[in-house]
Write a protein that binds this ligand. Structure first.
Ligand code: S3P
Length: 170
């Protein structure tokens, strides 16, 4: 691979899980943007949101994203919000390939119930969670859909074939 392959999508769409599996299967490097931030700052994403606030988190996220340019190409799982702030989606499209793992609200919800790791979802359940996810997905879709490839999926399949035909180099 000559450039990073960025996996994009809402929280719970399987970016990290799928990215890891794809990388393993094809002997590629795998990077998890949230994990890199957590390791570098020695704090969880929740702590960063709480202690620094969302705006500073988005700055750190954008800087960490850009720092990936120094690393050898690999599959990168970015955060659900990454493409939607600053000009991150443009940056990813110009510095790599982007794939949107598109999942419906109905498929996402069971995967987000009882989530205790994501600051955006903290304390939300039932109808409140559903309305929040529906609204946020609607707002974010405009960014997600700027990805080079959109893969519609309501389960987490093995995407190798779809990616293979698109990029022709897996
Ligand atoms: C966020 C998604 C999270 C993480 C942070 C903010 C978002 O990543 O970056 O909690 O704004 O959607 P995942 O999509 O990997 O959960």
């Amino acid at each position: 691979m000559e450039k990073h392959l960025f996996l994009i999508g809402f929280m719970g769409a399987g970016k990290s899980y799928l990215g890891q599996r794809l990388a393993q299967k094809h002997g590629l490097l795998f990077y998890d943007l949230d994990l890199i931030i957590e390791t570098q700052k020695n704090k969880s994403i929740t702590q960063l949101f709480e202690q620094l606030g969302p705006d500073i988190f988005r700055q750190i996220e954008a800087e960490t994203l850009r720092s990936l340019e120094q690393l050898p190409p690999g599959i990168v799982a970015v955060g659900g919000g990454t493409p939607c702030f600053l000009d991150n989606i443009y940056w990813m499209n110009t510095h790599g390939n982007t794939v949107y793992l598109k999942m419906s609200v109905d498929a996402l919800l069971p995967r987000l119930i009882s989530d205790n790791k994501r600051p955006l979802l903290a304390g939300k359940k039932d109808i409140e969670l559903e309305l929040f996810v529906r609204q946020l997905l609607k707002e974010r879709s405009v960014y997600y859909e700027q990805s080079a490839l959109i893969v519609e999926q309501d389960a987490i399949p093995d995407l190798s074939d779809k990616l293979e035909s698109f990029f022709g180099r897996f």
